[in-house]
Design a protein around this ligand. Structure first.
Ligand SMILES: Cc1ncc(COP(=O)(O)OP(=O)(O)O)c(N)n1
Ligand SMILES: Cc1ncsc1CCOP(=O)(O)O
Ligand SMILES: [Mg+2]
Length: 212
């Protein structure tokens, strides 16, 4: 168990920027109960990314929710974020830890691979992300994972995050298979009412499985 386990259960909101109402949309996700927020912006607009990451860090601090920055350890450091999410193109957890400190939340993408999970669990990751579990509007060519991976990855003893095409309808199956958190972009930030969408995802973690 890590010191971050309390926030690693529930809805993990991942921003879909750039968008003009990014702050409002993220505030709505947090208002709807998101337990983690990831700033994911794949553009190269460094000044805007820094401004947005800093603004999101202030927002997250008001909600006592950790901000995770996707890919970019330097940006996480500059924004004072709680941590970073690392994929296959990014640095190893130890390098991120050396920059961000022992208390940082370092998440890793394991895609469909238990081998990656084993490696990253030993390398000091705080959570293991698997996916895509369903066709993803955001990342149509993402590698495909199956719920069985979640059941097997429980053995690593770290919080498990599921990602990829997750909706209110298909999330319960992943939670039942062992996902501690569901990471969602389109079905959350593409919703007309982001706060209500976040609340519905969050409620899935509170309710009796037989009543979902
Ligand atoms: C929680 C979470 N899981 C997986 C990813 C995907 O990371 P990666 O494979 O590095 O892809 P990009 O998001 O960088 O396109 C994630 N960001 N967050
Ligand atoms: C970043 C990422 N990695 C695998 S699927 C995905 C995108 C998830 O977005 P969506 O919830 O819109 O499918
Ligand atoms: Mg990445």
């Amino acid at each position: 168990m890590t010191t971050h386990d309390h926030c690693l259960r529930g809805l993990y909101a991942i921003s879909d920027g750039p968008r003009p109402d990014l702050l409002d949309a993220c505030a709505a996700a947090l208002g709807g109960g998101a337990r983690l927020l990831q700033y994911r912006d794949k553009t190269a607009d460094a000044p805007r990314r820094l401004d947005e990451a800093r603004a999101l860090q202030a927002l997250c601090a008001r909600h006592a929710v950790p901000l995770i920055v996707n890919d970019d350890v330097d940006l996480a450091l500059a924004a004072g974020a709680a941590g970073v999410h690392l994929g296959e193109d990014d640095v190893e957890p130890a390098a991120a830890r050396a920059r961000l400190g022992v208390r940082a939340i370092i998440g890793v993408s394991c895609y469909d691979s238990l081998e990656r999970a084993r490696h990253y669990a030993a390398a000091g990751a705080d959570y293991l992300a698997f996916g895509a579990f369903f066709a993803s509007p955001t990342k149509p060519h993402a590698r495909v994972a199956t719920p069985r991976l979640l059941r097997e990855a429980k053995a690593f003893g770290l919080p498990l995050v599921a990602i990829g095409g997750i909706t209110h309808d298909n999330a319960p199956g992943l939670i039942d298979a062992g996902a501690d958190a569901v990471a969602v972009i389109s079905a959350l930030f593409g919703a007309r009412d982001v706060r209500a969408a976040a609340r519905r995802f969050s409620d899935l973690f509170e309710s009796d499985p037989s009543r979902r």
